[in-house]
Design a protein around this ligand. Structure first.
Ligand code: IMP
Ligand code: MG
Length: 201
């Protein structure tokens, strides 16, 4: 969606706040991450595991900057506890198609908040005996972290803000924006905790 057109859209302007990460900055950071991953995994074969759906946009840009033999796979996860968003109870709704035993796995995520979703994933994937598992996230919102995690690659840090664009959604919309926007929290505040527990996990 063109961002100019979007700004003219009345519904959107009630929801979208200011741009936090402009598309150009995102592209630059993604290229830097891709270059770093290329250097770090030189001589190795890599499998990127993308967490659906939010990380898809990030993944497709990132792989263009990784100059290694690699494959991609997808996993989808949903949280169990609607009333307990931070319970850490999650289930796999779409599992990997590939066997990751003996491979270097890099999990590609859009945003890590409490870290509970990804720490469940890591425990689950580790049972399949990959050579290594690391995390690459577009956004690291460390202030709300519950699970202890080592994040090898992250493009941006964020405070207590709910964001959309570049793959990240609000009620399944706005994933197609080039930039990342803050949500107008007074409009949507009441939704945020239920959103986190019900959508896109
Ligand atoms: P965690 O288990 O608390 O780390 O949850 C992370 C997941 O919550 C991400 O994969 C997103 O799907 C979702 N999420 C968290 N914060 C945001 C946000 O600001 N915008 C859109 N989705 C978010
Ligand atoms: Mg997600």
């Amino acid at each position: 969606m063109s961002e100019e057109n979007l700004q003219k859209n009345i519904e959107s302007s009630e929801i979208l706040g200011k741009i936090l990460f402009p598309g150009k900055d995102i592209q630059r950071k993604v290229r830097e991450l891709g270059n770093k991953i290329t250097r770090d995994y030189y001589g190795e074969e890599l499998i990127l595991v993308c967490i659906l759906r939010g990380a898809v946009v990030f993944l497709t840009d990132l792989i263009k900057h990784i100059d290694l033999p690699l494959s991609i796979d997808f996993m989808s996860i949903s949280s169990y506890g609607f009333n307990e968003p931070d319970s850490g109870l999650v289930k796999i709704t779409k599992d990997l198609d590939e066997n990751i035993a003996g491979k270097h796995v890099l999990i590609v995520e859009d945003i890590i908040d409490t870290g509970l979703t990804i720490s469940y994933m890591i425990r689950n994937l580790a049972l399949r005996e990959p050579s290594s598992i690391e995390i690459c996230t577009l956004i690291d919102r460390e202030v709300r972290r519950i699970a202890s995690l080592k994040i090898k690659y992250s493009a941006f840090k964020l405070e207590e803000k709910y964001v959309v664009g570049y793959g990240l959604d609000y009620k399944q919309k706005y994933r197609n924006l080039e930039s990342i926007y803050e949500l107008k929290t007074d409009t949507v505040k009441k939704d945020i905790e239920s959103l986190k527990s019900s959508l896109n996990k």
